[in-house]
Design a protein around this ligand. Structure first.
Ligand code: ATP
Ligand code: MG
Length: 284
């Protein structure tokens, strides 16, 4: 289970890319994060494993507070977070098998890795995962001989072999054609199920998000303005996410947001809306 509490990021340039984002992602749910360009989607994913350091707030993965860890502990904890990238980030001149096994680098010693001496069970698991992602018999192809869709499958296989507790994908389909995008989304759903882990996907195509996600997170200008079932993403919610319209501006009110329902923000009190974020340690 991933929990973020009041996660805030201010870049040195002064850009406030995340404004107190609190949410929770658990089970084997597929969560899509949508929002206009510059809304903070990539920043959110990168702050989870601290590729980008959050300015304030907490990130918890199960009972580990990632935001508190020193460098060594963080390196170990990052094994639990599988990352899938838009541009695949493969080593072009290495084979499919070598790229997949590089997902085990956090586990084997530097010497083993240098000798490409991976334990037999890792190799067996790599074959199994290559089969799952539809790349059986392609283990000896070089990454630079693959199509975009095949590369993304390798990227997913490399993340899965880490045995992560969560999979984070930043725009995994935006370099792919529509059919291949569907195939990759199908695969991510299949993996959430098979591995019993949640998957968070940053995605530009709202239709794909609605089709595949159980839940949608909507970011606008760094603020989490929508956090609800995919079925609840109506036109008003899209306006809030993409135009920054406030619920009060929308005829007939709006959908509840992460920072409170329209009712609570329209009453006479000026106090800030209650946050929905809870820290795992405060649960008892
Ligand atoms: N390294 C950085 N230094 C300074 N500002 C940054 C940096 N990275 C992102 N930003 C700013 O933070 C905000 C959020 O950027 P981010 O890349 O997270 O958005 P995004 O939702 O992923 O956008 P896109 O859909 O275009 O990928 C933007 O205003 C961006 O200019
Ligand atoms: Mg982005």
């Amino acid at each position: 289970m991933l929990t973020t509490t009041d996660l805030r990021k201010v870049y040195p340039t002064g850009d406030e890319a995340l404004k107190d984002v609190s949410t929770r992602i658990e089970g084997n749910e597929i969560v899509a994060m949508i929002g206009p360009s510059g809304a903070g989607k990539s920043t959110f994913i990168r702050c989870i494993n601290r590729l980008t350091e959050p300015t304030e707030g907490e990130v918890w993965l199960d009972d580990t507070e990632l935001t508190k860890l020193n460098d060594d502990d963080l390196r170990a904890a990052r094994r639990n977070v599988g990352m899938v990238f838009q541009e695949y980030n493969l080593v072009e001149r290495l084979t499919v098998m070598e790229n997949v096994l590089s997902g085990r680098l956090g586990y084997v010693s530097n010497w083993q890795a240098f000798r490409r001496n991976f334990p037999q069970e890792d190799v067996a698991r790599a074959y199994e995962i290559l089969d799952t992602v539809g790349l059986a018999d392609m283990e000896n192809k070089r990454a630079d001989e693959l199509s975009g869709g095949q590369r993304q499958r390798v990227g997913i296989a490399r993340a899965v072999i880490q045995n992560p507790k969560i999979l984070l994908a930043d725009e995994p389909t935006s370099s792919l054609d529509p059919d291949t995008s569907h195939a990759v989304m199908d695969l991510l759903v299949e993996i959430a199920d098979a591995e019993d882990i949640p998957v968070l996907i940053n995605i530009h195509e709202v239709d794909l998000a609605v089709e595949y996600a159980d839940r949608i997170l909507g970011l606008h200008d760094g603020e989490l303005v929508f956090d609800d079932d995919a079925a609840a993403l109506d036109d008003d919610a899209r306006d809030v996410i993409y135009r920054g319209a406030t619920p009060a501006e929308l005829l007939g009110g709006g959908k509840p947001t992460a920072t409170g329902s329209p009712e609570s923000s329209s009453d006479e009190h000026d106090s800030p809306a209650p946050t929905t974020g809870r820290t795992p340690v405060a649960e008892d």
